[in-house]
Design a protein around this ligand. Structure first.
Ligand SMILES: Nc1ncnc2c1ncn2[C@@H]1O[C@H](COP(=O)(O)OP(=O)(O)OP(=O)(O)O)[C@@H](O)[C@H]1O
Ligand SMILES: [Mg+2]
Length: 577
């Protein structure tokens, strides 16, 4: 560090921040210093304390000890509104928009324009439109309810909100996790504009290449402590960053592919079509094979997986498992045929937040542990403990409530459940989103082991190197079409990016009400679909059908088609005797 730098005054200084939750010391004396106009990156493994630290800065958590200074003055950030007024705006890892309010209302919640009530709708709408335009999405309608938007568009609304308050510091907790590569480009452009205007950005991501691209300095957290700070984001070797994060050197390696699978295809998809989403998708997966689907968010990849798994009904085409045709649009039929779908949206689709890790892991595997109708707790716990060890869950206690886990650790539970359940055909949608580098390598190894044991795996990922490294064969999708298929070894990252970007138009379609109805299937508060009714998406039959299935399972925390996929297995009791 040069003398000049150290004399520069810090815009933000957090010192000795401590935050404990029952049984966990999430922050154990963290220091963070941020200069005006820099992109300051926070790195650390899942559960290191990054989100907790920024929630303290955002006024959402009160620290047990420590001090915060802004521009050299001590401040007390007693609430999110107080933090916003002090100039700190935050984009949380888990979106915290109010689903039944409009886009514009969300953007200005707690801000200047709303002081006059929502009476000034015209002004808030115009300003919102302008902000969304700046983010590259003028087509998002400020008047529509947030619940009616796809996740990527919701992320943009959350960004617009952070921009709306003319903050001095904007905190972004894994903003890129829900975005496709062209969206990330937009985000980086906006970050560049912000820092040029003197705004500081605190940026959290598990993708080191992003940190290289936009970061200035890096602070690394490990087990609730600052273990390194003032690292140069561009030049610090990856090996060094990873060693700070993990306490050991670690290569980000993909497992060795074993033999080329030659058996009869286990999964056959033929001419699968859903109007407005994807058309004529055909491919086959042999036992032992991993097929990767690359493409932008909005290319139809998740929709294809959900249709294969019976959560959406195709307009044409068919799915075969082990040579037998599946009844289309039926989750229980797919589950009985041995299919498992690990969905994209963990909070709304996969997890029962109020239950333990062990329980969530075994939710879909119940029949294995149910002796005479009783769940054998000991066995459940033992199996869960094995898996939490393999996936490096932190804290490694399977009895902990999922609600209290960090974002990346929740994701490990979602995926872990499916790895544990003994599916013949496993569909994984963005399995490593938000998962740190160490645990990723472990997840890749588990997926490869499952394939080696004869499972047919389909994986969707927005990270092209992951698709190329993990899959045997790759399908590239664009705008609902499979535009290319090749062995993973025959493609480079640049090839795939060229294909997915070429001629691509707006990837987020938010004006079509039939889209809106599909989104309502997957929001996590059941009453939301009623609340958003007036926004114009009430009478879609599929949404209603999905709700029925979910109710039958008696789960209260979640809803939507994908939950039905998750929980209908124990309900149908595959081999319950
Ligand atoms: N509300 C809570 N109650 C109990 N424990 C919590 C709560 N929130 C966080 N924790 C715990 O605090 C620790 C730090 O979590 P945090 O969410 O800050 O991690 P993170 O660095 O953001 O991880 P990730 O990369 O997975 O998002 C974890 O052990 C987590 O389980
Ligand atoms: Mg986090």
């Amino acid at each position: 560090m040069t003398a000049g730098q150290s004399e520069e005054p810090f815009l933000l200084q957090m010192r000795g921040i401590v935050k404990t939750f029952p049984g966990v010391r999430a922050l154990d004396g963290v220091d963070l210093r941020v200069r005006a106009g820099e992109v300051h990156c926070l790195l650390g493994q899942n559960g290191a304390g990054k989100s907790t630290l920024i929630k303290v800065l955002a006024g959402a958590h009160q620290p047990d000890a420590g001090s915060i200074e802004l521009r050299g003055e001590p401040v007390s950030l007693t609430s999110p509104i107080a933090a916003l007024r002090a100039g700190v705006a935050t984009m949380y890892q888990e979106l915290d928009l109010v689903p039944w309010l409009s886009v514009a209302e969300n953007v200005f919640l707690g801000g200047e324009l709303s002081r006059f009530g929502f009476g000034r709708r015209g002004a808030t709408r115009a300003k919102t439109r302008q902000l969304l335009g700046r983010l590259g999405h003028p087509e998002i309608n400020p008047s529509v309810a947030v619940a009616a938007l796809p996740p990527a568009a919701q992320q943009l609304v959350s960004m617009a909100r952070a921009l709306a308050h003319d903050a001095a510091i904007i905190v972004m907790d894994e903003p890129s996790a829900a975005l496709a590569s062209d969206e990330v480009k937009n985000l980086f452009r906006v970050i560049g504009e912000l820092t040029a205007a003197g705004v500081s950005v605190i940026y959290i991501s598990h993708r080191l290449e992003e940190i290289r691209q936009i970061g200035h300095r890096v602070t690394v957290l490990k087990d609730g402590r600052t273990v390194a700070t003032e690292l140069d984001a561009k030049t610090t070797p990856t090996r060094e960053l990873v060693a700070f994060m993990t306490g050991r050197a670690l290569e980000h390696a993909f497992p060795q592919r074993t033999s080329v699978p030659t058996g009869e295809p286990l999964l056959k998809v033929e001419g699968l079509t859903r109007r407005g989403e994807f058309a004529d998708v055909s491919f086959q997966v042999r036992p032992g094979e991993v097929v990767g689907i690359a493409g932008l968010v909005g290319a139809g990849r998740s929709e294809v997986l959900e249709t294969i798994a019976g959560a959406r009904r195709p307009d044409a085409g068919r799915v075969e498992v082990g040579g037998k045709s599946l009844r289309s649009g039926s989750v229980p039929a797919a589950v009985r045929a041995g299919m498992g779908l690990a969905p994209e949206e963990r909070k709304s689709q996969g997890l029962v937040l109020g239950m333990s890790v062990a329980h969530n892991l075994t939710l879909a595997t119940m029949s294995r542990f149910a002796g005479a109708g009783l769940v054998r707790r000991g066995e459940e716990l033992r199996a869960a403990r094995d898996l939490t060890g393999q996936l490096q869950l932190r804290p490694a206690d399977p009895r902990r409530e999922v609600r209290t886990l960090s974002g990346g650790n929740q994701q490990k539970v979602v995926v872990g459940r499916w790895l544990m359940r003994g599916s013949k055909v496993l569909l994984l949608d963005e399995p490593t989103r938000g998962v740190d580098v160490g645990a990723r390598a472990e997840m890749y190894r588990l997926i490869r082991e499952l394939a080696d044991s004869g499972v047919a795996v389909v994986i969707v990922s927005s990270e092209v190197p992951e698709v190329l490294g993990l899959a045997d064969r790759v399908l590239v999708m664009r705008e609902g079409q499979v535009i290319h298929e090749a062995a993973a070894g025959e493609l480079t990252e640049a090839d795939v990016l060229d294909m997915v970007m070429e001629g691509s138009v707006s990837v987020i379609n938010v004006t079509d009400t039939s889209d809106a109805a599909d989104v309502i299937e997957v929001v996590d508060e059941p009453e939301v679909s009623e609340a958003t009714g007036p926004a114009g998406a009430t009478d879609e039959t599929e949404a209603a059908g999905a709700t029925d299935e979910t109710e039958a399972t008696g789960t209260t925390d979640t809803t939507g088609v994908k939950d039905a996929a998750d929980v209908s297995d124990p309900a149908t009791g595959e081999d319950r005797r």
